[in-house]
Ligand binder design. Sequence first.
Ligand SMILES: Nc1nc2c(ncn2[C@@H]2O[C@H](COP(=O)(O)OP(=O)(O)O)[C@@H](O)[C@H]2O)c(=O)[nH]1
Ligand SMILES: [Mg+2]
Length: 320
Amino acid sequence: MFRDEINIKFQSGKGGDGHVSFGLDKKPNGGEGGDGGNIYIEGVINEYDFSFLKAFQLFKAGNGELGGKNRLSGANGQDYTLKVPLTTKIYDLDGNLLLTIDKVGEKKMLLKGGRGGLGNFFYKKAHGVDLYRFSYGKDGEAIEVKMKLELFSDIIFIGLPNAGKSSILNELTNAEAKVGAYAFTTIIPQQGRMDNVTLMDLPGLIEGTHSGKGLGNRFLKHTKSAKVLAHFLAANSEDIKKDYQTIREEIENLGEELATKKEIVILTKTDEISPEKLREQVKTLTSIKNKRFASKDIITVSIFDDKSLESLKDFFKKSL
Ligand SMILES: Nc1nc2c(ncn2[C@@H]2O[C@H](COP(=O)(O)OP(=O)(O)O)[C@@H](O)[C@H]2O)c(=O)[nH]1
Ligand SMILES: [Mg+2]
């Protein structure tokens, strides 16, 4: 199940204690403890939601090791890096924003590990009195956070069920979206990367609303970053104007921010109709009043026509 909000706990490592030891010359030579590991959060493209996490799961960085003799420092604790989808916002439980992770490969520190303690070698040099003096490593920090996801995309697919959105996403990207009819529970966002462009099929936005689940608003936050709406229409439709208007109405209802995004139209399944019928469908589309696209914003495509798929790729890139 798609999950875009989750509470997670983190704990950075404790610092290792300083060491107390003496050399053959009887002089203090205990080294310092290692620092505790830090907690980092990093953005990745191969996670699309938080369903790989368990609510309230605890992630810990390693503790620093004890200092050694002969002034040897203890090893630092292992850092822990949690990889998250884009864009992840991390809040404390009072609702303060702690971190925003919106770039691939960008690593930000959430918690710092505790400093390692000092050994008796250090204290001998600094104070010279108590030969057994050392300090303990500092504790790490612990926190529970709320992580919220606002999916990043350049282009969002919209359209009636069966318009061919999942098929095109699969053809143009590495995505493995389910094609054809499926249960409501799998109405989850699907993302794919086409060179540097992120395409997203967000069936919950419209299809969730259609199946009476009124999910549109829940998915709205995932539309924020998109610059373009790719409106998919099946060319073999008996009432293509109505198909267009049905979706358009949903989009308008979902709010101005979404409705005012640039729109392009993808006329799919062209292999199912004759060239004459196709021309007719395009003509019908261009005659729609109050439409948000121009004639140049329409493209025709069939998954069985590789050339048309290549053109679609360019069309998508140019739309940005
Ligand atoms: N003939 C033909 N069928 C297609 C084409 N694109 C998709 N389909 C079929 O249309 C059905 C719905 O496609 P799907 O991608 O799941 O549509 P979605 O509901 O908009 O995601 C599936 O049976 C696909 O195999 C196409 O270009 N030509
Ligand atoms: Mg689909």
